[in-house]
Design a protein around this ligand. Structure first.
Ligand SMILES: *Cc1c(COP(=O)(O)O)cnc(C)c1O
Length: 389
């Protein structure tokens, strides 16, 4: 069976480097917030073109911490796309805010920027565009709306490490950007991991404080900011006084750990090559899948997608998936139900028909195999089988 994604092929290629990096952490005895996390944060910030990065426990926490750092509070509203993984909306609920869903477009499948403004109320605090399937959302239009209404923009870039919008990297296109290193993402670690990137010193320090219980010098910095304290002497000497036991704001325990950071530092130098391969395979699929029964992905010219997944749309998903399976090809669905129709949000009062594009996408999308180690023979077979459906 040709898998949709596969992690063991990549491990075989990088085995020596990866094994050594993990052994090094084990023998160092340093597991939490040590030099490897700092090193990877610097590398990843540089890669994204932002000043700072803060490694956290997973992509969902990255969104929660970023929203909190942006000042999103209980009762606020946050606008996001109806077509995403649950984590995007769940993060909004986690800070006590209310998710407000907007339909996606039928070409890029990202949030329809033209429908955002009508959803803005005086309680709206932020927008979370999702760079779905590896392609950046319409960040120019979203940035303009945010500026006009003084809203924060948090990028959900969990599916788009390395994607470009007008030559700039995902994560660097708004106030703050969030990534997941869940193993199957296009940059994945060996467990859970995530990161927040920003060029704002204030948001950076806020995130640093939030990931460690709001303690220490960064917690105090945020506390002083929120109490408009200036030029006062620090009440304790953070160099000598066990700063982690001084808490200033209510935070979380959510850190990227040293083993994951070490693994990610091994993988980061390969991400460009991997993304390039994904784009090359996508071009092959675009060019050679000629069966009129499918709608292939559309990438806007200002975007360079990283094809986290390659999605085709079909009117007859069940038969296509069985046909693929019968021919030794696995497939996936991203995602089968849009967020506004999830039972968990039933109290928000959305109905079937409210977001026609997201609903259409949820019913008809099929992800075909897409990962850098896919062989030419496998790609040819996938194309051939699809053309014979
Ligand atoms: C994977 C994903 C997340 C959450 O990441 P985790 O690391 O699994 O918490 C958030 N948003 C989107 C769009 C994702 O695909």
């Amino acid at each position: 069976m040709i898998p949709v994604m596969n992690l063991s092929r990549q491990y075989k290629i990088l085995k020596e480097e990866l094994d050594q990096s993990v052994v090094d952490v084990l023998s160092s005895g340093e597991f939490i917030l040590g030099k490897r996390v700092r090193k990877f944060e610097e590398e990843f910030a540089e890669y994204c073109g932002t000043k700072y990065a803060v490694g956290v426990g997973n992509g969902t926490d990255a969104l929660v911490i970023a929203l909190k750092a942006c000042g999103v509070k209980a009762g606020d509203e946050v606008i996001t796309s109806a077509m995403s993984f649950i984590a995007t909306a769940e993060a909004i609920v986690s800070v006590g805010a209310i998710p407000v869903f907007v339909d996606c477009t039928l070409d890029t499948y990202t949030i329809d920027a033209n429908q955002i403004e009508q959803k803005i109320t005086n309680r709206t605090k932020a927008i979370i565009p999702v760079h779905l399937y590896g392609q950046c959302a319409d960040m120019g239009a979203i940035g303009e709306i945010a500026k006009r209404y003084k809203l924060k923009v948090v990028e959900d870039a969990a599916q788009a490490a390395g994607a470009l919008y007008k030559g700039h990297r995902a994560g660097s296109l708004a106030d703050i950007g969030c990534f997941s290193f869940f193993p199957t993402k296009n940059l994945g670690c060996a467990g859970d991991g995530g990161i927040i990137v920003t060029s704002s010193e204030e948001l950076y320090k806020y995130c640093l404080a939030l990931r460690v219980h709001g303690s220490g010098e960064n917690g105090y910095y945020v506390y002083r900011m929120s109490h408009k304290m200036e030029n006062e002497e620090y009440e304790i000497n953070f160099k000598t006084n066990q700063p982690k036991y001084y808490n200033y704001i209510s935070g979380f325990n959510s850190r990227l750990d040293e083993i994951q950071a070490a693994i990610l530092s091994v993988k980061l130098p390969y991400i460009e090559e991997w993304n390039l391969k994904r784009r090359k395979y996508a071009e092959e699929y675009d060019k050679n899948i000629l069966n009129k029964k499918f709608k292939k992905p559309f990438c806007k010219k200002e975007n360079e997608s990283v094809y986290y997944v390659y999605i085709i749309m079909t009117e007859d998903r069940d038969s296509l998936r069985s046909y693929l399976r019968a021919n030794g090809i696995d497939s996936g669905v991203y995602f089968p139900l849009p967020l506004h129709l999830q039972k968990v949000f039933e109290s928000l009062g959305y109905r079937n028909g409210d977001m026609p594009n997201a609903e259409y996408l949820a019913k008809h999308n099929v992800a075909i195999p897409m990962f850098p180690e896919l062989t030419q023979k496998e790609r040819e077979k996938i194309i051939d089988v699809l053309n014979h459906f």
